[in-house]
Ligand binder design. Structure first.
Ligand SMILES: [Zn+2]
Length: 145
């Protein structure tokens, strides 16, 4: 494991984001990939001790998770916005589509599994992003306030 990855993935914010990704992928995999073999994820994130529960997923979901761990660890934004409202598209197109499906499936189902706060934050930030886009206030004007 690269030292830089270990450093970045173990930051508090990255840890909670990565755990959420793990939970979401596990929920998605159980529901959508019911017939597949699932194993405890093996990844750099697991090796770094990021997960409180190591997600059990199929090979395809494991690949997505390993990819997502890297993207999260190396996200240049601080604080990181929700990926869906971010203007930097750092995901490869196919991975982005897969993750979108995971979010769409697991998001509403995760409300009952300890992620209600994340769901609320997502909703609020989404409204804010939409309002901002609608108002289209030029950056300079906003800064002078
Ligand atoms: Zn799966």
């Amino acid at each position: 494991m690269e030292e830089r990855f270990a450093q970045r993935i173990t930051r508090e914010e990255a840890v909670s984001d990565t755990r959420l990704l793990g939970d979401f992928c596990a929920i998605y995999c159980r529901g959508r990939h019911a017939g597949r073999d699932r194993r405890a994820l093996a990844s750099d994130g697991v090796a770094a001790g990021v997960y409180s529960r190591v997600p059990k997923v199929c090979d395809e979901c494991a690949e997505l998770l390993r990819y997502a761990e890297k993207r999260r660890a190396y996200c240049p934004k601080d604080p990181k916005p929700f990926c869906s409202y971010c203007d930097t598209h750092c995901y490869r197109a196919d991975m982005r589509e897969s993750m979108r499906e995971v979010m769409r499936y697991a998001g509403p189902r995760s409300m009952f599994r300890g992620h209600a706060i994340d769901g609320l934050r997502h909703l609020i930030e989404g409204r804010r992003a939409a309002a901002k886009a609608k108002a289209a206030v030029p950056d300079s004007e906003e800064r002078s306030r």
